[in-house]
Each structure stands twice: as structure tokens, then as C-alpha cells.
Ligand binder design. Structure first.
Ligand SMILES: Nc1ncnc2c1ncn2[C@@H]1O[C@H](COP(=O)(O)OP(=O)(O)OP(=O)(O)O)[C@@H](O)[C@H]1O
Ligand SMILES: [Mg+2]
Length: 386
């Protein structure tokens, strides 16, 4: 089974492209489930069909579902919140403060993904396509498994804390354990590149390039592999048309092409960028979605990456004094490599070709202390300052 997560900023076309990809896979005979974790739920609208929490048949080989975290069977987070609130008020904390203390944004979306995992593992699916929420939200929730597991492990000392917890707190301890178990399982699924990969959806606009690079680095930091990017709403090429409308289209298209070229030059997008043209009418319903799938993948298998590198470009691991950043660059034996910090980026120059690597939050306060290269690329050592 393969899992593809579709993410990107709000409104860029995640739902449409996830639905189109699923339709394309089903048309090739792959047993496919397409599922949305976005509380806004427009997956049903894309197919022009009502969808619910349990998979419903959309076409032969194709099922669709919309997961709503608020109605999950094992809503461990809702239980935990209630328990935490009563334990906190019992400990003398004002009810309103207790309410605020128990808000942890993103957890609902995280639990929606645990439901996707359940659906993925209990059905006959060969492909599971997930329509995730907007990038920022998704990224935060993808970081959560580790955050929550680490938090539960360190702060509570797991079993030790459970054994000591008494009264109202023992219920809390149990729920924290359950939540940690959920997110541990999720992390295993999300960070296995043989199973789960991410497709980043974007629109070809200036602002997007820098943000896309940050998203890529950030996902690499979390061990999640991006194996494709899709530029949606590319203006149709006006061909030989004349007149002001054609000239507007031509200008717009040229600008978009320039952005895409910059994205390719900036590194990781190279070889894994596909595009979809802006349709005159909203692509709703199977025939329109299948047409998008054809534009995206042609005769190729939609599960295949777009010819990107087989290993993740960036890989971050924690060391005693900081981090090791591995950059999977194809380096010639006598390649000239130069590294420099440019604000929050690391500029990597190989034989005069520069690649800016956006450093994710935790790496920014670090300084580069050394680097070496081997068959797998570059290994950069970073040390925490202060
Ligand atoms: N290539 C396209 N041509 C024309 N219309 C499109 C195209 N792609 C998407 N749309 C339309 O744009 C709107 C937004 O697309 P979609 O719902 O897929 O975006 P989204 O990223 O899922 O949005 P949200 O962040 O709100 O979930 C929809 O009405 C959809 O039909
Ligand atoms: Mg959507």
C-alpha cells in the first residue's frame, strides 16, 4: 500500500488534485481510497457526491471518505481535555484558565490522520490519497507525533509518572499514554518513505518560491519525503492569438513560467514539478477530474515520483552538540563545494551552482562548524550557540 498526502496553502487546489489523482489511479485499476482530513470538507463537492466518515463507493476501484476528528470513536483528546480541565480546576486553577491551558491546536487534525491510518489498514486499498489541510496546519500536526511522544516520555517519565499519579491525575496519565501511543503509530506510518510521500500543491506566484523551499526543508527535518510538486492554475498558452486578452494571457503565463523556472533553479523542485492549467470551468465530477489526471500524469503511474531523487534531499539528525544536516547532492569527485550562511538560509555552492537551503527553526540559531562529503552527498555539522 502507498499513501500520498496532498498539502499546500489554502485554496491552491489540494482537494481537486487529490481527487484527480485518486480518479486516475482507480482508472488504472488500483484499489483506491481518497480521504479528506480537512474539517472544511470539500472532497464530496469535487466529485459532486455526498461523502461521509466511512468509505463510500465513488466509482469502480474508487472509494471516498471525509474524516471528522470531532466524531472519532476513540476521541482520546476530547477525553483528555475534560480530564485535564477537572484535574486543573481541582488543583485550584480558575476554570477559564484551565480551559485555555487545555487548548492544543492541531491535535484534532492529528487524530484525523490516525483515523486515516485505521481506514488505510482495514480496507483492500493499494493506494490511499489524503487531502490534508493547509500547509501550516499540516506541518504543525506532522511535528506533533514526536512532540507529544517526547513530551509524554520526558515530562511524565511514562510509567513512573503513571504509577505515581493519584486521583483525578491518574485518568489524565492514562489518556496521555493513549495519545502518545496513537501518535507513535502515526509517526511510523508518516516517516516511512516507502509507504508515505507528500505532494506539495502550489500556485505559480512569486511569494510561493521561498515558502515552498521552507516547507521542503521543514518536511525533510521531520523525516517526511516530498516526491512531487504540482503547480496548479497555470494560464493556458495563448498560442498565436492576437489582441489585448491574448497579450494579457501571454504576460501572465510568462510571469508564471519565470516563477516555475526560479523554483526549479532553487534546487529541490528540479525534476519533480508537474503543472495543471487553469480551467475555464471548475473541475467538478469524475470526467473533469480524469482529464486533470491525464494532464498531470499522462500514461505514467500517478504513484511514481516525478523522477525526483530517490533519497530525500535533506535529512536532519540531532547530535550531542547540535545537528547534522545531510544534503543528498550528486557530487563529482573533485567538486568545488562552498558553504555560507545567508540570513536564515544555508547557501551551498557546488561547482559554481548555488543551492539555498532554508534552515528550519531549530537550526537557525546554530553555526556551521564543519562539513564533509561522501558518496551520499554533503554532511554539514551545526552547533548550538549559547
Ligand atoms: N486547475 C483549475 N482550474 C480551474 N479551477 C480550479 C482548478 N483547480 C482548482 N480549481 C477550483 O478552485 C477552487 C479551490 O480548489 P480546491 O478546493 O481544490 O482547493 P484547496 O486547496 O483544497 O482549498 P482549501 O484550502 O480551501 O481546502 C475549487 O472551486 C476548484 O474547483
Ligand atoms: Mg480543500
Amino acid at each position: 500500500m502507498r499513501v500520498l498526502l496532498f498539502t499546500g496553502k489554502g485554496g491552491v487546489g489540494k482537494t481537486t488534485l487529490a481527487a484527480a489523482t485518486a480518479a486516475g489511479l482507480a482508472a488504472r485499476g488500483s484499489k483506491t481510497l481518497v480521504v479528506s482530513t480537512d474539517p472544511a470538507h470539500s472532497l464530496g463537492d469535487a466529485f459532486g457526491l455526498p461523502l461521509a466518515a466511512e468509505p463510500a463507493e465513488v466509482d469502480s476501484c474508487l472509494h471516498g471518505a471525509q474524516v471528522d476528528a470531532r466524531t472519532l470513536v476513540d476521541n482520546v483528546w476530547a477525553t483528555l481535555r475534560v480530564q485535564l480541565r477537572s484535574a486543573l480546576t481541582g488543583a485550584g486553577i480558575d476554570a477559564l484558565d484551565a480551559e485555555e491551558l487545555t487548548v492544543l491546536p492541531g491535535v484534532d487534525e492529528l487524530l484525523a490522520l490516525t483515523e486515516v491510518r485505521r481506514l488505510a489498514e482495514t480496507g483492500p486499498w493499494e493506494s490511499v490519497i489524503v487531502d490534508c489541510g493547509p500547509t501550516a496546519e499540516t506541518l504543525r500536526l506532522l511535528a506533533l507525533p514526536e512532540a507529544v511522544a517526547g513530551y509524554a516520555g520526558r515530562a511524565f517519565g511514562r510509567r513512573g509518572w503513571m504509577a505515581r499519579a493519584a486521583g483525578a491525575w491518574s485518568g489524565v496519565a492514562e489518556s496521555v499514554e493513549r495519545l502518545a501511543a496513537h501518535v507513535d503509530g502515526l509517526r511510523t506510518l508518516l516517516t516511512d518513505p516507502a509507504v508515505t510521500t507528500v505532494r506539495l500543491v502550489l500556485t505559480p506566484e512569486r511569494m510561493v518560491v521561498a515558502e515552498t523551499r521552507r516547507t521542503l526543508t521543514s518536511l525533510a527535518l521531520r523525516g517526511i519525503r516530498v516526491d512531487g510538486m504540482i503547480a496548479n492554475r497555470l494560464m493556458p498558452a495563448p498560442g498565436l492569438w492576437r489582441g489585448s486578452a491574448a497579450s494579457w494571457l501571454r504576460t501572465r503565463r510568462n510571469e508564471q513560467e519565470a516563477v516555475l523556472a526560479e523554483l526549479r533553479r532553487s534546487g529541490p523542485a528540479e525534476g519533480m514539478l508537474r503543472s495543471v492549467e487553469h480551467r475555464a470551468a471548475e473541475p467538478v465530477g469524475l470526467p473533469a477530474l480524469l482529464e486533470i489526471a491525464r494532464e498531470l500524469y499522462g500514461d505514467a503511474d500517478p504513484l511514481g515520483g516525478a523522477g525526483g531523487p530517490a533519497t530525500p534531499l535533506l535529512d536532519v539528525s540531532e547530535t550531542e552538540s547540535g545537528f547534522d544536516l545531510r544534503i543528498a547532492l550528486p557530487l563529482g569527485r573533485d567538486a568545488a563545494v562552498d558553504l555560507a550562511r545567508v540570513d536564515d538560509d544555508l547557501a551551498v555552492t557546488v561547482d559554481g551552482f548555488r543551492r539555498l537551503v532554508a534552515l528550519p527553526g531549530p537550526l537557525r540559531p546554530c553555526r556551521v562548524t564543519g562539513a564533509e562529503s561522501d558518496a551520499r552527498g554533503l554532511l554539514v555539522h551545526l552547533e548550538r550557540t549559547a
